[in-house]
Design a protein around this ligand. Structure first.
Ligand code: FAD
Length: 424
């Protein structure tokens, strides 16, 4: 595993403060060692350092190099599989689970304020409907939020109202939610890493972990150093390759994003004057939003396993033009791909491998907010409060033998099945 720089994305080309943490080349001892410097690892690291723990974060490449530095930046609210969890647990946990759906958003909001993180954070999000059954789903969500006294502005929109907000005829209705939003994920993650560092967290980049020793004081090894810790947290997510027991827990799925050149004010006023993040309800979903410098960032999945920039730009541009034909003369500046970790039951996997080795992964494409909550749940568990952590930990990950080796054919099959579901 050779360390890499950031992929050539809009995010990597608009980093506010480049990170340049050292390579681990010594033997360290600490309270908590975290493997993986994406949102999961950095979020947990910041929570734990706020509690006063000595934390070391080891990243194979650069902070935010994985899904965190490549995603759509949409702060969606809720988490994948939350409906399944609501059904699984009795009414004792209804309120607890409901509150957890929005807590990740609040953590992001508070951290950006507290640590003055410059990351283009914007509130305002539109779920759009394509089919009549989607309108029913949006109504249900709206009523559910009202019944729970959701504290932010929400409104159900007709097709015409939706068109007025986002300048396209593609959708027949929408649910506007001012408690969700969007963010420059890589700048947020780097800002959080700097905040953790300011509280004493040690961070190492370009230092892939190649081995773990599991005993009463777990120890990780890189090619040049090691860290011995009281607790270890694994957050390699879809890029995790070394802990065999976890290889079949998740299906890594490729997802793709493009960003146009900055748009004129005239176009912006037509397509998204309120600067909302937009997301459709399909399994193979499409999402888009404006960036801080007013590009249209557009993402979806393709049944494609490569990372050819021109191919990604061409294929996603076609889909973008279906929604916004007027953008046909707009240049596509960036096209990139990243891996999403999908779980079989869609529920994020937050748990323990042994008494002192924790893991957090598998947000199924819905991780910007959830990684922030996951980090908090892990920090609660490590500091001795297990109740909320155990709601996830007691759902054992479904492991499919061979997933790791068969991930390409499984992915093609999965995309095909989801395409069929979307047509129904
Ligand atoms: C294209 C794309 C679009 C997405 N859009 C959205 C969206 O709009 N909204 C949303 O909520 N979610 C979205 N997601 C999902 C979201 O980005 C992820 O759920 C989230 O970033 C996961 O963060 P993480 O830290 O768990 O994983 P990652 O960010 O993938 O981080 C894992 C890190 O672990 C490191 N690592 C792996 N192995 C080792 C090792 N051996 N040693 C040391 N380090 C190691 C990797 O280098 C990597 O940096 C998207 C994902 C993708 C790929």
């Amino acid at each position: 595993m050779n360390p890499e720089n950031h992929t050539n994305s809009y995010y990597a080309n608009s980093i506010k403060e480049e990170t340049n943490y050292p390579v681990l080349d010594e033997e360290l001892t600490t309270d908590i060692c975290i493997v993986g410097g994406g949102f999961s690892g950095v979020s947990a690291g910041l929570h734990l350092s706020e509690l006063g723990y000595k934390v070391v974060i080891i990243e194979a490449n650069k902070i935010g190099w994985g899904a965190t530095g490549r995603n759509g930046g949409e702060i969606i609210g809720g988490f994948s599989g939350d409906d399944i969890m609501q059904k699984k647990y009795d009414t004792k946990y209804t309120d607890m689970l409901w509150n957890m759906r929005w807590e990740g958003n609040d953590i992001i909001r508070k951290r950006v304020e507290k640590y003055h993180i410059d990351c283009d954070l914007k509130w305002g999000y539109l779920d759009v409907a394509i089919k009549k059954r989607h309108i029913q789903d949006l109504k249900f969500s709206y009523e559910d939020m009202q019944n729970h006294n959701y504290p932010h502005q929400i409104s159900l929109l007709t097709g015409d109202e939706t068109k007025n907000l986002i300048g396209t005829n593609e959708y027949i209705g929408g649910l506007l939610n001012m408690g969700n939003g969007h963010v420059h994920s890589l700048n947020l993650c780097i800002g959080e890493a700097k905040a953790a560092e300011s509280l004493g967290t040690l961070i190492y980049e370009k230092s892939p972990v190649v081995r773990i020793e599991k005993n009463n004081k777990p120890k990780i090894y890189t090619s040049k150093g090691s860290v011995s810790a009281n607790s270890l947290l694994l957050t390699g997510n879809a890029y995790h390759h070394f802990e065999k027991k976890m290889q079949n827990f998740i299906i890594p799925v490729n997802s793709f994003v493009i960003a146009t050149e900055p748009l004129s004010n005239e176009i912006i006023n037509k397509i998204n004057p309120q600067d909302l993040a937009v997301c459709d309800p399909n399994y193979i979903l499409e999402y888009f939003r404006l960036t801080g410098d007013k590009r249209l960032l557009f993402g979806t999945r393709l049944n494609y396993h490569g990372n050819d920039e021109d191919f990604i730009k061409t294929e996603l541009r076609k889909k973008m033009l279906r929604i916004y034909p007027d953008l046909s003369n707009v240049k596509i500046d960036y096209g990139w791909t990243g891996k999403i970790a999908v779980t079989v039951n869609r529920i994020p996997q937050i748990g323990k491998l042994t008494s002192n080795i924790y893991y957090s992964q598998g947000y199924s494409g819905h991780g910007v907010n959830m990684t922030h909550l996951a980090g908090k749940l892990i920090s609660e568990a490590i500091s001795g409060t297990m109740e909320r952590f155990d709601l996830f930990n007691s759902i054992r990950p479904v492991s499919i033998p061979g997933t790791y080796f068969l991930r390409r054919p499984l992915l093609s099959l999965g995309v095909m099945l989801y395409k069929i579901k979307d047509l129904l």
